[in-house]
Ligand binder design. Structure first.
Ligand SMILES: C[S@@+](CC[C@H](N)C(=O)[O-])C[C@H]1O[C@@H](n2cnc3c(N)ncnc32)[C@H](O)[C@@H]1O
Length: 161
């Protein structure tokens, strides 16, 4: 497979998984957490599709497209290994949907970071909530779910509490 093939599979899978998760959690009122804003494409998608739920973005520093930038009250800036535990202390386990897209180009580093992040992400999820991630996560108490149609195995992962 070419890098272009892999990139396209990842994007198609991300959209399929996000759309599935948005619909599955639509009855829940808790906030949505976007972990990794980047260019803001997936944040923009969430904002276009989600009604009645706040979306909080966790990112080291804003570098997104102007149309895809959260307002100050919904941007939690800084090192995520610090901001995520701080948010848990303030808000508790309230998230209905968490989208984790924190990886870069180094596969080994992505695996190591997913191991670090898994115990920091899981406690945020309300019962029935879903995590969508671009990397396989290492959750002890969340169940891995089958992918929706349109998603490619290994390019996106879904977990439920
Ligand atoms: C792959 S990009 C996200 C792309 C985004 N989903 C989109 O559609 O444009 C990953 C983002 O995670 C952020 N990130 C990675 N590690 C982080 C950390 N330890 N703390 C805060 N942000 C981090 C990076 O700054 C980067 O913007």
């Amino acid at each position: 497979m070419s890098r272009l093939d892999i990139f396209i599979d990842r994007m198609v899978s991300q959209r399929a998984c996000l759309d599935y998760a948005i619909a599955e959690t639509a009855h829940m009122g808790g906030p949505v957490y976007e972990l990794g804003l980047g260019n803001g494409r997936t944040f923009h998608h969430l904002r276009e599709k989600i009604r009645g739920r706040e979306i909080f973005v966790f990112e080291r520093a804003i570098a997104s497209h102007p149309d895809s930038t959260p307002d100050e009250d919904h941007a939690i800036l800084g090192e995520i290994t610090e901001t995520l535990p701080a948010r848990l202390a303030d808000a508790g386990p309230v998230a209905s949907l968490i989208h984790a897209d924190l990886g870069g180009h180094n596969a080994a580093k992505n695996v190591a970071f997913a191991k670090t992040m898994s115990p920091l992400i899981a406690p945020h999820l309300a019962p029935g909530g879903l995590v969508i991630s671009s990397d396989r996560m290492f959750f002890e108490d969340l169940e891995e779910m089958p992918l929706p149609s349109g998603a490619v195995q290994g390019r996106c992962f879904i977990y439920r509490r």
